[in-house]
Design a protein around this ligand. Structure first.
Ligand code: XMP
Length: 531
């Protein structure tokens, strides 16, 4: 395992990703992590970049034990400056912030038979890289030599004379450094000697074993499924590990997509064999949403009602278990002790920052209420994985391809896509329009090119004409975006004929709609959802 110590750079998680793409397991931890508290010994350590300057009063610094451990170290950008700060070099502010492409000339060295340092072995004499820094090294730390320089940075890459300690000014983890991944590969594979044993097949085996150990021979687990990728993959993995001792619950909140509850039931229960109960609570949700327009109120009502229904179902299962225990004694099934959560690595990273848990964690990730009330322990089998790793895992677990590639769908569902009050009629109109939209996107083979697409129902009426009659009906807005992580997003440029077909079908087939518009706002300043 490679330990990546995070100093707060926006690229830190990319270092983790690149290692894993090389089939080497890597874990990101805050730079303040004390080595003596680690329960494992890393094969190598990478120090990330940072928005700070090493001389800032509140600059983050690494546990000096890192340099005594004897494992290879690679400092990237701020990580290089931190090396210098700790080991006797000097760092200076550049006249201007360097941001963009640069050419690193690889210095020939006189060491151990090879004229090129192991970090750049086989990568040629110069390397196109991406720089993003305000400070840079102005003096070498003790015992180091230069192995790469640029026009403006005389110490763009350095190495210790006798220890495997490296520093580079550029960012090998971003795709703008075309051979950056190879540089990381030279470090983790050749210099640290890591094995390439981080594969999804390995992960499944290890995780199933871990789940079985945690749950013991009788422990039971419940979890909510939504039909989304994460909860489906987590549910299937639990089923593989403990079979029917995992019980999934799907709550139909009345604001799902068209036929969603039915489809999820068929897929999870019939095709994947997961023990699933679908609860139709749409009446309760819609009655509580009656007349509510404020988006945050809608979210709260849906979140709280969901918890009520989920607890009710769990209590039912618990009562059944108690009854069984009375009747069967030792033969009875165990108690429900665990709650399954489809938490992914980005959520984990967000809450381990050295600056403390981030205030921006979305409320929908918060199941604290459920845990406190029900005295359940949390089980999170996906907490080490990135989204695309979850997708790869899903494929290996034989989850159908269309589901694995599915666009995200928000917990509060269509309630935050119906502007104004939510009624059964409005839900029906939006479900119909949305299903046509997605059907046409799939037919045009564009679904996987788009990160998220959906229809929005506007609470206004517009004038139109149908036959020789004047109409006065509602408006549908279409949204489609491309995004890496949904923190930023660009609106998607459709071929005009696809938009024409979608618009014509919606206005012809969905009664109550006479006008379709296309949303051309990016995020920021817009958000992906309209509410
Ligand atoms: P925004 O609208 O914040 O959306 O740009 C970014 C991503 O988050 C999803 N989203 C939500 N997901 N509960 C969820 O489970 C919510 O309340 C919620 N609000 C937004 C949105 O669909 C997009 O993928």
């Amino acid at each position: 395992t490679i330990l990546i110590l995070d100093f707060g750079s926006q690229y830190s998680h990319l270092i983790t990703r690149r290692c894993r793409e090389l089939n080497v397991y890597a874990e990101l931890m805050p730079c303040t992590q004390k080595l003596k508290d680690l329960k494992w010994t890393p094969k190598g350590i990478i120090l990330s970049g940072s928005p700070y300057s090493v001389y800032d009063n509140d600059a983050p610094h690494v546990d000096p034990d890192v340099f005594e451990l004897g494992v290879p170290i690679l400092g990237i950008c701020y990580g290089l400056q931190e090396l210098a700060w700790q080991l006797g070099g000097t760092v200076a502010n550049c006249d201007h912030r360097e941001y963009g492409f640069a050419q690193v000339q690889i210095n020939k060295i006189d060491k151990g038979g090879s004229s090129v340092n192991a970090l750049f072995e086989g990568l040629g004499d110069d390397l196109q890289v991406w720089m993003s820094h305000g400070d840079q090294l102005s003096g070498l730390p003790t015992g180091f030599q230069v192995i790469g320089h640029t026009k403006t940075a005389p110490f763009a890459a350095i190495v210790h004379d006798s220890k495997p300690i490296y520093g580079i000014q550029f960012h090998p983890e971003v795709t703008h450094s075309p051979r950056g991944k190879e540089v990381i590969g030279r470090f983790v594979l050749n210099i640290c000697g890591c094995k390439t044993d981080w594969t999804m097949e390995e992960f499944i085996g290890k995780e199933i074993k871990r789940i079985r150990e945690i749950c013991g021979p009788k422990g039971r687990v419940i979890g909510a499924v939504s039909g989304g990728v994460d909860s489906t993959v987590a549910a299937k993995l639990m089923h593989e590990a403990i079979g029917d001792r995992f019980h999934a619950i799907m709550v139909d909140n009345g604001v799902l997509r068209m036929n969603e509850a039915k489809q999820v039931n068929e897929m999870l229960n019939k095709d994947l064999g997961v023990n699933l109960t679908v609860v139709d609570a749409s009446d309760l949700f819609l009655s509580r949403l009656d007349g509510v327009e404020d988006p945050e109120k809608k979210r709260k009502i849906i979140g709280n009602t969901f918890i009520n229904i989920f607890e009710e179902q769990a209590a039912k299962l618990e009562a059944e278990a108690e009854q069984e225990e009375k009747e069967l004694g030792a033969e009875a099934k165990g108690k429900i002790e665990w709650l399954l959560q489809g938490t992914l690595y980005p959520d984990v990273i967000e809450s381990i920052s050295f600056k403390g848990p981030s205030a921006t964690i979305k409320t929908h990730h918060n199941v604290g209420g459920l845990l406190a009330d029900m005295k359940l322990k949390l089980i999170e089998p996906l907490r080490e994985l990135f989204k695309d790793e979850v997708r790869a895992l899903g494929r290996l677990l034989s989850i159908p391809a269309p589901l694995v590639q599915r666009h995200p769908f928000p917990g509060p569902g269509l309630a935050i896509r119906i502007l104004g009050p939510v009624t059964r009629e409005q839900v029906k109109i939006l479900q119909h329009a949305d299903s046509i939209y997605i059907e046409e996107i799939r037919a045009a083979n564009l679904y996987n090119e788009i990160s998220q697409a959906f229809a929005v129902l506007l609470p206004v009426k517009a004038v139109g004409v149908m036959g020789d009659k004047r109409t006065y009906e509602q408006v549908i807005a279409l949204r489609a975006v491309q995004s890496e992580d949904f923190m930023t997003a660009d609106w998607y440029v459709f071929p005009p004929e696809v938009l024409r077909r979608i618009s014509s079908r919606i206005t012809n087939e969905v009664s109550g709609i006479n006008r379709v518009t296309y949303d051309i706002s990016s995020k920021p300043p817009g958000t992906v959802e309209w509410l």
